[in-house]
Design a binder for this molecule. Structure first.
Ligand code: ZN
Ligand code: ZN
Length: 200
């Protein structure tokens, strides 16, 4: 039997269905979760934006929102939202999250799917700040890191996305390159693939 088999009782993340398979949780000897104080063999290894140094977070404390609440943090860097890139930062003075569209502060947004993504969904590892993509008025699921073969296999489905990226960053994406890292998302409603890239 495979020693690294994934425990079926682990919580499932709607927007991050492959989180365990993609290694966002380090599987190893039990460690104490900094939130629930229970021992866990799965320790979150992706980004978590908060002030404190957090030792170890288990998947359950991400899933039920306890980790974000305890540390006043967010798991996401920037997320596509109605009219731009949204990000949140906790303000210690007001004890509230500040919401930004680009660089401009906006009123707090109470949206279930947004809060699920920001506060109850692990992020992914990337060279630069991760971005979460959107389609059909909802957030996409993060599918994974594309290697060059997978990228080429999806070339047709990703044509539109490549053109969009090419226009926005002025780069040629016709050929995969070692310094470009593609992150694949898929719309949970219509199944369309979306692509985010960043550069080393
Ligand atoms: Zn925990
Ligand atoms: Zn869609």
């Amino acid at each position: 039997m495979c020693k690294n088999a994934i425990d079926e009782n682990l919580p499932h993340f709607k927007y991050h269905p492959n989180a365990y398979r993609l290694g966002l949780f380090k599987q190893g000897p039990a460690r104490r979760c900094s939130v629930c104080n229970r021992d866990t063999n799965y320790v979150y290894s992706g980004p978590f934006y908060c002030i404190d140094d957090v030792d170890a977070i288990c998947p359950w404390c991400i899933h039920d929102g306890q980790a974000a609440q305890k540390f006043n943090g967010t798991f996401q860097g920037a997320v596509e939202y109605t009219s731009g890139l949204l990000s949140v930062v906790f303000n210690d003075d007001t004890n509230q999250y500040m919401y930004f569209m680009g660089n401009e502060q906006v009123e707090p947004i109470y949206d279930q799917s947004l809060h699920e993504l920001l506060f109850r969904t692990p992020s992914y590892s990337s060279w630069q700040e991760p971005q979460w993509l959107r389609h059909c008025d909802d957030f996409c699921a993060f599918i994974g890191y594309l290697d060059q073969d997978e990228w080429m296999d999806l070339k047709e489905e990703l044509q539109e996305e490549m053109e969009r990226l090419q226009e926005s960053c002025g780069l040629s994406l016709n050929q995969p390159a070692d310094d470009i890292s593609p992150y694949l998302f898929q719309c949970l409603t219509c199944g369309k693939y979306r692509l985010h890239t960043d550069f080393s």
